[in-house]
Design a protein around this ligand. Sequence first.
Ligand code: DC
Length: 232
Amino acid sequence: MKNNIIIALDGHSSCGKSTLAKSLAKALNYTYVDTGAMYRAVTLYLIQQDISVTDVEQVKAVLGDISIHFERIEGKNTTFLNGVNVEEEIRKMYVSDLVSPVATIPAVRRKLVQQQQEMGKNKGIVMDGRDIGTVVFPAAELKIFLTASAEERANRRYKELLEKGQEVSYEAILKNLQDRDRIDSTRADSPLKKAKDAIIIDNTLLSRDEQLVYTLKLAQQTIVKSQNDLSS
Ligand code: DC
């Protein structure tokens, strides 16, 4: 019988977590969940409703009106906010600029973490984010902590946004990444930190393929180990 595990993939902003998570999920026939998209969707909702991201009471008051789900469209993981496809909108810089403060609000985190735990209850999932190995699934069978230099991450993101036709400056992207790293790592509730049992991968000098081959091997070893543990 196929044995499913949970793969928790955490790390800094724009270090290729979602690319790796998607490839791993595809290779293992697992479900991929992009938890950053959920924080982005909440942020987009607040912007649309003209609610300040620092007005915690107002944010709390509207949380019940926000419903987020994912669908696969043309083979792509697609984020929906209250039934509307927002996949493209949530990646824009005006959302990136406000998402980290939103992710510091404990009520927002409680709501999203609960939904994420529900999504992973049958395992067979690759989930990427900042607190997956520490808070969402502290017992995940495989935890990976991905990082790369800030300059390399900004460079990759710059190229990606240019290809999408968005007008951006490298300096603005680098600043956004550094600001997000700082806010994500220093917030009081579930800061970004490596779980004690996570495997660190610095992919500054790794190609996508090299990174996939390495992590797929880790995943396959972990699946076999967890099968053996179950049958012993
Ligand atoms: O992965 P991303 O860049 O799309 O995430 C957007 C923001 O959401 C990021 O700045 C931190 C926050 N986030 C979080 O706090 N916890 C998660 N599990 C995922 C994202």
